[in-house]
Design a protein around this ligand. Structure first.
Ligand code: F6R
Length: 242
C-alpha cells in the first residue's frame, strides 16, 4: 500500500482528482469505480474544476458506483444516484447512460445484483476504484462479519452504519435497512484502488486497515492483499499510523 498523509484538505482533494485526471488523459475510455459519502466530495469538486478548465474530458468514460440503498423512491435526495448527479455527473460531460449505479428499487433485487456483476465483467475491469472507509472498517457496504461475499449482493446494514449515515436524513427511521453493494471480489478486481480517509473518527479503522491483521472483521484490511492501492489520509485519520 502506498500511503500518503495530508495536512491540508486541498492537497488531499487535488491528489485524488489528479490520479483520475492523469488516467483519463492517458486512457479517455477508462472505467472508474466511484464512491459516495463525504470522503470523495473534495475530489469530485476538483474534478468539476478541472473539467471547467478543459483539462479533462469524461465523454468516453464509464463509471460504476459501489452501492445504492434499497427502497428509496426514485429521485430521493439521499439516493446514491441523486448524490452522484448532484456532486459530479450534472457538472461534467459524461454520457449519463455510461454511469452505472445499482437499482435499489428493482423488483427482483437478486437479479439486479447478478446483472450488475455481469455489467462489471462485460465493461470492466475497473481501471481506478475510489473507496471511502467506514468507521467500522467497511468498504462499499461490505460490513464486518465472519465471512464476506465476493460478488454484488444485497446487504443488511449494521445499526452503526445506519447511525453514521443518519446525518444525511431527517431521522434514523428514514435510513434504509438494506443496500446493494459490490462485493469484496468485485472491488478487488480493480486495477488500482484509491482509498480516501478523512477525520479522526476513522483513525482506528485506518490503523486496522493498513497495520492490523487481514480479517473479514475489518473488510478494508483485505486491501493489503491488492497489488496497487493508494491510501490518501488526512492528519486526523492518520494519527495512529507509523
Ligand atoms: C459509499 C460507501 C461507503 C462510504 C463509507 C464512508 O458509497 O461505499 O463505504 O465510503 O461509509 O463514508 P463517508 O465518506 O461519508 O465517511
Amino acid at each position: 500500500m502506498n500511503i500518503m498523509k495530508f495536512e491540508n484538505d486541498n492537497d488531499f482533494a487535488r491528489t485524488g482528482s489528479g490520479l483520475i485526471v492523469s488516467l483519463l488523459q492517458s486512457n479517455p475510455k477508462a472505467v472508474l469505480g466511484l464512491a459516495t459519502g463525504s470522503s470523495p466530495l473534495g475530489v469530485y469538486a476538483e474534478l468539476i474544476e478541472m473539467y471547467r478548465k478543459k483539462l479533462v474530458s469524461f465523454a468516453k468514460a464509464t463509471t460504476f458506483n459501489l452501492d445504492e440503498y434499497v427502497g428509496l423512491p426514485d429521485g430521493h435526495s439521499q439516493s446514491y444516484r441523486s448524490f452522484m448527479n448532484q456532486h459530479l455527473f450534472d457538472h461534467i460531460n459524461i454520457d449519463i447512460s455510461n454511469t452505472y449505479v445499482p437499482n435499489g428499487n428493482a423488483e427482483n433485487l437478486q437479479q439486479e445484483c447478478v446483472s450488475y456483476e455481469k455489467l462489471l465483467e462485460d465493461l470492466g475491469p475497473v481501471d481506478l476504484q475510489l473507496l471511502g472507509l467506514g468507521s467500522n472498517g467497511h468498504i462499499g457496504f461490505n460490513e464486518p462479519d465472519i465471512s464476506l461475499t465476493s460478488k454484488t449482493h444485497v446487504v443488511d446494514l449494521l445499526e452503526e452504519t445506519r447511525q453514521a449515515n443518519a446525518r444525511f436524513f431527517n431521522s434514523i427511521d428514514e435510513v434504509p435497512k438494506q443496500a446493494i453493494t459490490m462485493g469484496i471480489g468485485s472491488i478487488m478486481k480493480a486495477k488500482q484502488i484509491v482509498l480516501l480517509v478523512r477525520g479522526e473518527e476513522k483513525a482506528e479503522a485506518m490503523y486496522r486497515t493498513v497495520e492490523g491483521p487481514i480479517t473479514t472483521e475489518c473488510p478494508a484490511s483485505l486491501l493489503q492483499s491488492h497489488p496497487n492501492v493508494v491510501v490518501l489520509v488526512d492528519k486526523g485519520a492518520g494519527k495512529w499510523l507509523k
